[in-house]
Design a protein around this ligand. Sequence first.
Ligand code: HEC
Ligand code: HEC
Length: 610
Amino acid sequence: MVQKVLPQVVGNNLNLTVTKPKHMEMTMTNNNYIKRLFMFFLAVALFAAPGAVFAGVPDGVKKDLLEKGKKVYFKRCVWCHGVEGGGDGPSAERLYTRPRNFIQGTFKIRTTDSGELPMESDLIKTVKNGLQGSAMPAWGEFLSEDEIVAVVNFVKTLVQDRSFDDTEDEEVNNVITGIAADNGKGPLGDAPWAATKGPYHLGVPQEHIDAGKELFIKNKCMECHGGEGRGDGNPTMKDDWGFPIVAANWQECWNFRGARRDPFNPFNVARTISTGLNGSPMPNFREQMTGKERWQVAAFVNSLCPRKKIDPLTNKPVPDFLIQSVYTEGPVVPKIDDPSWQSSYTDHRIVPLSEETIENPMRHYIAMAGQITRGKRNFDPKTDNLWVSSRWSAEENAVYYLVEFDNRFLSTDPEYPDAVAIQWPGQLQDLFGAEKPYFIYGDSKKPVDVWKANFLAKDYNATNPPNEKGYQLDVTVQEFKGNGFDAISEKESEGKVEVVDSIFHQGRVKVMFKRSLTTEGADDVQIPSEQFIPVSFMQWAGWDKEHDEHMAISTWYYTILKPALPASLYYMPPIIAAVFICFQGWLVWMTKRTRKMYDEGKVQRDELPK
Ligand code: HEC
Ligand code: HEC
């Protein structure tokens, strides 16, 4: 009984804060946080004590595992999921999406019907693989199989007034085993799984992807997921607990909650479409679509996600640490839509580039994280990656960087514009070897040069229906010198960095920076060619009121202005080819001639060369 009372005390304590005078708010909040932590530890001490609390445990729970499961829970899970599983541990408030409240038995990733409890095997997979794109870790790295099964059984006891019966859902199961109920064959035809093998699951025939696109339009997925699937369809959704929620971005499939650390596998999407995500606005589509059709939509959704190598530690793409700037004959075309800037987001080692784009700059993947070392920390950055491509021109003496990122909604508040910045060492010539300034705004000895583009979209409103052409951006460029977090100043000299083209289209921002390689400014980076230059990135989501140090940052990457290809590289390949063809022709001619001589009896068998 004692246990039941405690959380209420914690609750009352919280309510007190509301009545305190405004000027005391800061200290009170701190005090209260400490008090709450104290109460939390007290509650943990009481609850975590071993004892016979497992009387009256419902069926479907393995009682013999509970003592062990409870230990794991109070060691690993309680910080987020709370003492009674209410999703209210001390870390909960900072997280988005919030840790799950287990009490009502609402689980997103299941192989059971909407509203149903999951199978034990679903929960085991969840705990093992985590929920990608949320704070829920992949526990397979830290816990043994036994511990996972045990903690899952303990979590089941936190669900109130419902019982786990672990009955399989035949219809969903058909999707899983690859037998689509409607035709008794594999999900996409005769050969179950044949179309979906391999780590990148690239084998699905185009006809299914095209059919999937039709179904995507017919079933109005875009009302929530946006026209190109970046989750930019609806900014006003809430989950069952009243917290704001956004639709998944299909172009970042590694952030799908149910990705199971296998993000390119269309099965994970087929499962979501078949079962919906309980507690969220994501419905199931079992009445609207047959099993095969759900697989086709899944194949379409899956085809939008760029193939990149996934880092098993972060479960996100491995960053492309070297940004290669491509040498351009004559001037660079300063237009994002120009064919000279087109290339795939997919790693070209996985899907080779097409003829037209083979010489274009590659789109490099840059990993971003919230700034959490100083000032207003950002635990929940809206963007976790950027894509950067670059060209340079000796004729223009200039370099261009095209920076792109997905952001579902932009700010409309001039006080909080969206922004993105490139950071350089201010005094590149003074750095030795791998030396770099401090990665956020440099330090007293090693200054940085920051090029920042602030922008608002013209005539934009987050609730507008998607705009086919996209929105032009109103950009203001600022250049800063940084000598540390507290020593950032806007340069007084005339600006040299330009944004030559920009757009916001279907949830993606694109901004093209240009600067001359050399300048007169003492605080400007001077950019040499054929040398590795440290470079890093910052980004602010105005929609989330990010500004100043409340931002997303990258670590240092390198960029290099690649040299023009030496002329010999242009004429050598044809010459080599010509020589090779002549040689082959000579071989054929020789063989024929020898054979002829042999046939005509001009040479005897033992005279033939061995
Ligand atoms: C750092 C915080 C954190 C820790 C620690 C944590 N979780 Fe979670 N967990 C979350 C978040 C956040 C969600 C909800 C994600 C969402 O809804 O998108 C979640 C959701 C879940 C779910 C619901 C899955 C579903 O399908 O909806 C289960 C089950 C779960 N966690 C089990 C555990 C277990 C077991 C542990 C300990 C071994 C644990 N969690 C530790 C943050 C955490
Ligand atoms: C009413 C709004 C809505 C509609 C319509 C909708 N979705 Fe969703 N969808 C969501 C939301 C919200 C989420 C994210 C839930 C979360 O983060 O927990 C989501 C998530 C997803 C995910 C990611 C699942 C995961 O593992 O995280 C996929 C895939 C998906 N939806 C596919 C579809 C497809 C395909 C359609 C159309 C056939 C569709 N959705 C229609 C709201 C919607």
